[in-house]
Design a protein around this ligand. Structure first.
Ligand code: NAD
Ligand code: DAU
Length: 350
């Protein structure tokens, strides 16, 4: 029996992880703590919301007293921490809220766990979910290893790097039971359409311009979100305390090539002439401080814990496009209201 606190479980990756844990481990109690920002959506968890081993608690991770109370109420023995402000472009406009949630929020969770566990760390775990962006940017060659020096460039990645440092500091200072994973770009269902893949699928469907930053030559390493959730499951159960594990699928794509694959797939599935939507490609001003290339080496995770991605990219992107086409209501619900304002401000459109 475990009482696992998952933070940010109403978001993109968190909802996939919560679903996996609730269905796979009926004897665990999964407590999903989420404050429901614009990115948190309980619709993402409709299929499991009535399960007896699942509880949702609306709570800000920065609210130390309330977090402590949740630890008490549910006798939390493990934390998987995903709650964060997660979009680089928003961090460029509003770095403060990223420092608040990602740094102070993580510290608040660490303090609550340390206080409630009172030095008895047997069978306890604090698992911090982080990103490959903390390692900075690569040139044409090479990969991020667990030993790569931190070199964050955006306010988002700087705040995640700082949170990683706090987690390690708690391990080294208090003997706190921690593990960290750093993952590459995720894609799949339920991703908020501020991120490249859902935003572009939606715009292609609506025949709207596709705002490609710079020359579209930046490279990202894409992993299907369910494979990230599977990796977290493996690391949670088998990872060594104090360790870091990189998660990635050795699946690098130049943005413009990935965009053309999305265009072809959407056009085909909508019965349009394949590639006709390439006319929507619009090159726009580059993202400030835009990291050139990310590429994760996840050999340690494979060799030590036996995890490998389950899905080839071609299959993953087909599934993903189909999901967005079949779930138009989900997309319409979150793109009405505030999203319109965000979109206009971010992309300078009327
Ligand atoms: P997301 O933006 O989709 O979801 C974040 C969730 O956190 C939302 O449900 C939001 O309501 C919640 N949240 C935000 N502030 C909170 C607060 N103060 N208290 C409680 N809940 C709060 O993010 P995501 O893409 O699912 O990313 C989840 C985690 O994984 C983040 O820590 C992110 O840094 C990391 N990560 C993401 C990716 C990716 O490609 N998306 C890759 C690697 C790592
Ligand atoms: O690498 C892991 C990270 O991946 C996570 O930690 C972040 O939470 C997640 O948002 C993601 O960050 P990126 O900045 O790489 O993802 P995004 O989808 O915002 O952008 C992917 C690439 O596409 C990037 O090179 C910028 C480009 N882009 C993005 C948008 C939104 C465009 O060209 N146009 C756009 O409109």
């Amino acid at each position: 029996m475990k009482n696992i606190l998952v933070t940010g479980g109403a978001g993109f990756i968190g909802s996939h992880l919560v679903r996996l844990l609730v269905n796979k481990y009926p004897k665990y109690h999964i407590v999903n703590m989420d404050v429901l920002t614009y990115a948190g959506n309980l619709e993402n968890l409709k299929d499991i919301q009535d399960k007896v081993n699942y509880t949702f608690v609306k709570c800000d991770i920065c609210d130390l007293e309330k977090v402590k109370q949740v630890f008490k109420d549910y006798q939390i023995d493990s934390v998987i921490h995903l709650a964060a402000e997660s979009h680089v472009d928003r961090s460029i406009k509003d770095p403060f809220s990223f420092a608040q949630t990602n740094i102070m929020g993580t510290l608040s969770l660490l303090q609550a766990a340390k206080f409630e566990w009172q030095g008895d760390f047997k069978d306890k775990l604090f698992y911090h979910v982080s990103t490959d962006e903390v390692y900075g940017s690569l040139g044409e060659d090479g990969y991020f290893l667990e030993t790569t020096a931190y070199d964050p460039h955006s306010p988002y990645s700087a705040s995640k790097a700082s949170s990683d440092h706090f987690v390690r500091a708690f391990h080294d200072t208090y003997g706190f039971p921690t593990v960290i994973s750093n993952c590459s770009n995720n894609y799949g269902s339920f991703q908020f359409p501020e991120k490249l893949i859902p935003l572009f699928i939606n715009n292609i469907c609506l025949n709207k311009p596709l705002p490609v930053y710079g020359k579209g030559e930046n490279v990202r390493d894409w992993l299907f979100v369910n494979d990230h959730a599977r990796a977290i499951d493996v690391i949670f159960h088998k990872g060594r305390l104090g360790e870091t594990y990189n998660i990635g699928g050795f699946n690098e794509w130049k943005n413009i090539d990935l965009i053309k694959v999305m265009i072809k797939t959407v056009d085909r599935l909508l019965g349009r002439e394949e590639g006709v939507s390439e006319k929507l490609i619009t090159y726009v001003t580059d993202r400030a401080g835009h990291d050139v290339r990310y590429a994760i080496d996840s050999t340690k995770l494979k060799n030590e814990l036996g995890w490998e991605p389950s899905l080839q990219f071609e299959e993953g992107i087909e599934k993903t496009v189909k999901w967005y086409l079949e779930n138009k209501d989900w997309m319409e619900n979150i793109t009405s209201g505030d999203y319109q304002k965000y979109y206009k401000e971010m992309y300078n459109v009327n």
